[in-house]
Design a protein around this ligand. Structure first.
Ligand SMILES: C[S@@+](CC[C@H](N)C(=O)[O-])C[C@H]1O[C@@H](n2cnc3c(N)ncnc32)[C@H](O)[C@@H]1O
Length: 271
């Protein structure tokens, strides 16, 4: 049920999703910080699974860097768009396959197929059922080679409460506010689609039980989370922006910053 809702939602937002990560300095923080950590941990070359890769922003970036990619997503409209972008960028020889599928069932791929697995910008958050989420985590790990890095970023629960305070303070009295606060679960229907908002310790625990070593947790928007206008203004001043970015990269792995960031990235290595 929630899968259908998610698919319908993203079918209506293909172009917006494609632009999302490069829209402004604020949104680029998520993209650039993720790329920074991909560079830190991915092997120099190899086959990468972009799971829940949407319209293919990371697929194209990594293909340009010389990786071979398999792109998988639930939303066919995203994949059709991605195919056009891949062709436009002349990267068909780098993108081995574009697959319509769910991260909860990667049975199309044998154990240990990929040199790196990325699942970025919240696909795991869109799996509302806890058992299914757990299955998705097992699948993402199963298809990675031993020693391969796995990167998963999700939406954060505390950050969602800040969004409510900032954008819809009158709705704090709605029962949904307490439900999300206490469970992280949002079944959709008011603007956004079905989503599980993670606590950092919850994300960590759900990977810690598996055959992986956790390498880092990162707050992708960091201390600047929710300050879209301030960040975009600051980015226009080269000198100040340089110092902000230096600060961001210095503290984005601090547990407090991780917990309040809009997106939380976990990086682990298959053991
Ligand atoms: C916010 S977008 C992120 C896209 C891309 N990874 C990025 O960071 O730009 C979330 C994507 O997750 C996909 N998605 C949601 N649930 C999924 C599932 N169970 N399996 C695969 N993809 C899923 C959606 O179709 C959508 O393309």
């Amino acid at each position: 049920m929630s899968k259908q809702l998610v698919k319908k939602y993203y079918t209506g937002y293909v172009r917006k999703e494609w632009r999302r990560l490069i829209n402004s300095a604020y949104y680029k923080l998520e993209f650039d910080t993720t790329l920074y950590f991909l560079k830190k941990y991915l092997p120099k070359k190899g086959l990468i699974l972009d799971a829940g890769g949407g319209p293919g922003r990371y697929t194209i970036e990594l293909a340009k860097q010389g990786y071979n990619i398999v792109l998988l997503d639930l939303t066919s409209a995203n994949l059709e768009f991605a195919k056009r972008q891949i062709k436009k960028a002349n990267l068909q020889n780098r993108v081995n396959d574009v697959v319509d599928g769910s991260i909860t069932d990667l049975s199309k791929f044998a154990n240990g197929t990929f040199d790196g697995v990325i699942c970025l910008g919240g696909p795991l958050s869109h799996v509302l059922d806890k058992e299914e989420r757990n299955k998705a985590i097992s699948e993402l790990i199963r298809v990675a080679k031993k020693g391969a890095p796995i990167f998963v970023s999700v939406m954060s629960r505390w950050s969602l409460l800040v969004s409510q305070l900032k954008l819809f303070p009158q709705e704090i009295e709605h029962p949904l506010f307490r439900k999300i606060r206490d469970t992280g679960d949002y079944t959709g229907g008011y603007g956004f689609t079905a989503c599980h908002f993670f606590l950092p310790e919850e994300l960590k625990e759900s990977f810690a039980k598996k055959s992986v070593k956790i390498l880092e947790m990162v707050g992708l928007e960091g201390l600047g989370s929710h300050f879209q206008k301030k960040i975009n203004k600051l980015a226009k001043n080269k000198k100040r922006w340089k110092i902000w970015l230096e600060t961001h990269y210095k503290i984005c792995t601090h547990p407090v910053v991780v917990g309040m960031s809009e997106h939380i990235l976990i990086i682990c290595r298959k053991t």
